[in-house]
Ligand binder design. Structure first.
Ligand SMILES: Cc1cc2nc3c(=O)[nH]c(=O)nc-3n(C[C@H](O)[C@H](O)[C@H](O)COP(=O)(O)OP(=O)(O)OC[C@H]3O[C@@H](n4cnc5c(N)ncnc54)[C@H](O)[C@@H]3O)c2cc1C
Length: 487
């Protein structure tokens, strides 16, 4: 039997498949499309996703295909420098087209043993106490223990479960495409700069060799956004908004997207879960959707694996919703705020000027960047040390780096005292005795997603926390105690 079927082989589905495979879970990814899409939606990875790639030993692959840019200018496109003192060793945006990200994540999932079956559309589902039956569009039935809908904003899984998706419908569509441009580069730059004084949703970025990525508001909202605009519609809208169509021709691809903002009321119904765009949609302001989906998968993967493996403590799988739903609510809110600030109306423009002034305060600028990059995410694990519930940044150790120890996706006790033990949990938690100049706590317990589950030095306190995240101790305590990768 398959352990987990993932509907949707986008970035969220592939990331989740890899996380599950790290724990030996048998995974099948069903992807409706026969070929990968040529449409480039996301343009990059924000800090937390870059850290996630580093945590899993994938960073070099992404760096090889991407370009590092400063972090300033993201919130509603308000032009400010990167704030100093960001709590990360990856204080940059990694510019990388989504088509490449999708490819790298799918490649990794396949390497780890996940099967990605293309041309397979989930069309029906039912569940009982033991598993989920999935029906494909061609009538084939498949059975698995769990199903995760990573099938995008129009998620069939969400619809079939009847999960409410409250929020606001799209009020405007945008047309987006990669096209060749006949007008000289200086003309394009001058016209776009002029238009953006009042219409900040219009933009054109050179990709070299006369090819541009151009975005322009559409005339109204399409009934079916999966139908791309024609070149005639695209040029017509450019003429309406910019006063010229720049002589665009030979599109590489054209697409449309909306500004609908919605979130699923529940991320889990018994054995079926939602992640990524299937769980939340919002306008692409400051480029957060793909990042949010990758981080959903990073949160869910080890928890679902624990459930499949049979060691998940009570409530662990439900903590996926408890932790990730508020994060998405916050992202939806910051995109709503950004969309207001992009409006050409005088009121929002006045607020924009005010926000811009406030962002000159370093702390305000940093607060907004920590939101957009997701390094400010703080799960509620209860009272305690200020690191509790936050993701741990990478730090140097006497022998290597913290993130080098997290490639396998296991729990980690980083112990600077040398006196602690994970006996009973060594099959799930590594115990590393090492010292770090960057760390002023005696020891910390990290979950597989790098969030700090405990800080302290008392063995009894540690023993109180281990079951909360890693379940009951196992009977086999043999070589486990004090497993020390550092010495
Ligand atoms: C113009 C634009 C720009 C963007 N820019 C950014 C950015 O800069 N940064 C950022 O972080 N995000 C950005 N986003 C958002 C980002 O593209 C999405 O959030 C991201 O693709 C979501 O990933 P996903 O895997 O959850 O869903 P998707 O990428 O939508 O993947 C879902 C997959 O499921 C498949 N599928 C659908 N239904 C079924 C079914 N029934 N059975 C099987 N398979 C199915 C689909 O074919 C698809 O491959 C942008 C979006 C747009 C529109």
């Amino acid at each position: 039997m398959i352990d987990v079927i993932i509907a949707g082989g986008g970035p969220t589905g592939s990331m989740l498949a890899s996380e599950l495979r790290l724990h030996g879970v048998r995974v099948l990814v069903l992807e409706r499309e026969v070929e990968p899409s040529k449409v480039v939606r996301s343009l990059g990875l924000h800090v937390r996703s870059t850290e996630v790639m580093d945590q899993r030993g994938l960073l070099d692959r992404f760096l090889a295909h991407g370009q590092q840019y400063p972090l300033g200018g993201f919130f509603a496109g308000i032009d400010k420098p990167s704030p100093g003192l960001l709590d990360t060793s990856h204080a940059y945006v990694l510019g990388i087209p989504q088509t490449t990200t999708d490819h790298l994540l799918a490649e990794r999932a396949t390497e780890l043993g996940a099967e990605i079956r293309r041309g397979c559309e989930l069309a029906g589902l039912s569940q009982d106490d033991h598993g989920v039956t999935v029906e494909l569009a061609d009538g084939t039935q498949l059975r698995s223990r769990y199903l995760v809908g990573c099938d995008g904003g129009h998620s069939s899984v969400r619809r079939l479960l009847g999960i409410a998706f409250p929020g606001e419908p799209a009020s405007v569509d945008m047309l987006l495409g990669e096209v060749e441009v006949a007008a000289p580069a200086e003309t394009v730059a001058a016209v776009v700069a002029d238009v953006r004084k009042t219409e900040k949703r219009c933009g054109a970025g050179s990709l070299g060799d006369g090819v541009y990525r151009i975005v322009v508001p559409a005339d109204g909202v399409a009934e079916d956004r999966s139908v791309p605009p024609t070149l005639a519609e695209f040029t017509q809208q450019l003429r309406v908004i910019a006063g010229t169509d720049f002589g665009v021709h030979s599109p590489r691809w054209l697409s449309r997207f909306g500004d609908g903002t919605r979130i699923a009321e529940h991320y889990r119904v018994r054995r079926v879960l939602l992640a990524g765009d299937a769980a939340h949609v919002h306008p692409p302001a400051a480029g957060q959707g793909l990042n949010l989906g990758i981080q959903d998968a990073f949160n869910l993967g080890w928890k679902l694996a624990a459930e499949v493996d049979g060691w998940a403590p009570e409530g662990l799988l439900d903590s996926y919703h408890t932790e990730r739903h508020p994060v998405a609510v916050d992202v939806l809110d910051n995109t709503r705020a950004q969309m207001e600030l992009l409006s050409p109306d005088p009121g929002p423009q006045a607020v924009r000027r005010l926000v811009s002034e406030l962002m000159d305060f370093e702390e305000v600028n940093r607060h907004l960047i920590e939101k957009i990059t997701a390094i400010g995410v703080h799960y509620d694990f209860g009272d305690g040390h200020h690191l509790l519930g936050r993701r741990m940044r990478d730090v140097g150790l006497n022998r290597g780096r913290l993130y080098e120890l997290t490639h396998d996706g296991r729990g980690l006790l980083l112990d600077q005292t040398g006196r602690l033990s994970v006996m009973g949990w060594a099959d799930r938690v590594d115990h590393v005795v090492d010292l770090s100049e960057d760390l002023d706590v005696p020891a910390m317990l990290l979950r597989p997603d790098g969030h700090v589950a405990w800080v302290g030095e008392q063995q009894q306190e540690l023993l109180d926390q281990l079951p909360r995240w890693f379940g009951a101790p196992s009977a086999d305590t043999s070589p486990a105690d004090g497993y020390d990768r550092g010495s």
